[in-house]
Write a protein that binds this ligand. Sequence first.
Ligand code: PLP
Length: 342
Amino acid sequence: RSTSLTNHTMTQEFSYFAPGPAKIPEEVLRRLQEELLCHKDTHISVLEATEKTVRELLNVPSNYRVVFMQGGGTGQFAAVPLNLMARTGKADYFVTGSWSAKAAKEAAKYGQVTEVVPRGERYTGVPPTSTWTLDPQASYVYYCANETVEGVEFQSVPEVPEGVPLVCDMSSNFFTRPVDVSKFGVIYGGAQKNIGCAGVTLVIIREDLLGNPLPICPVVFDYTIMDKNKSLYNTPPTFPIHVMGEVLGWVRKEGGVQEMERRCLEKSSMIYSIVDTSGGFYSTVVEPGSRSRVNVVFRGLLSLKGHRSVGGVRASLYNALTVKDARRLANFMVSFKEQHGA
Ligand code: PLP
């Protein structure tokens, strides 16, 4: 638990390793405080400005639409099948952790869901390519790029049968590395981890996938209607969209998604290397090739007799967490081991 690391007031420097809602860059917070006092932007200019930055940072091709929706990642668990399942009535799901398991369960309400790989006892990594079975007739293939709970991350985009759209939940690693958007049919993510605060979900959709929702699709989840109305079919969550625009502006200023990727690697490898060199004091069950660069999940104290009920630890190192924050945790882990190690 990181209580002793987070138990500071906002005015002091603090390191906040929560899985989300997460910290917002302090520089952005200060600007928002000032802007809240004299907020003049209209809905339209806020949406346009944020979309522009999204397109710029991820190099979004012109045949993709950027839509701001509500309902969070969980809303998208339903929106994806409601908008894409009509083509063949079936879809393939990679189930690599708790979030993709929930998405698959939700999608099964709207069509036939097949799990690409049979489920193991626990989620410890992305199964090897040789074990995947992908249906060329699937309406789409779905995966979660970073499983926030288990700390399992895909390190590359899975290859799928030609013509089958690839759908990806990037809620916890959006804008933490470059992404080739052209490989995807749909990418989505809630804002509250790397790109802002809760209340808005960013959805990027290839335009040829519009226009074929299931008849029961609610209007607020309908990609086609939302896109046609430029995310203004109903009242948009303007403030969270504005915060997203500000946070992404900060990402751009700091060096873009390439720099966020470099920092994620620096922060996470700092923690993993302490785990790996701790002689078993700290441990992780996540396979080395699938270790998340944003949610480092590990266990500690296993070498201490008498502590049978120790739960795991998770350090979430989203974009707003600095290298200095990670170093603080690393130093804490080292001195904790010195004090309590056998
Ligand atoms: N997908 C992933 C990878 C998540 O980490 C989360 C939330 O933590 C969700 C989906 C659910 O998102 P929401 O809480 O916005 O519904």
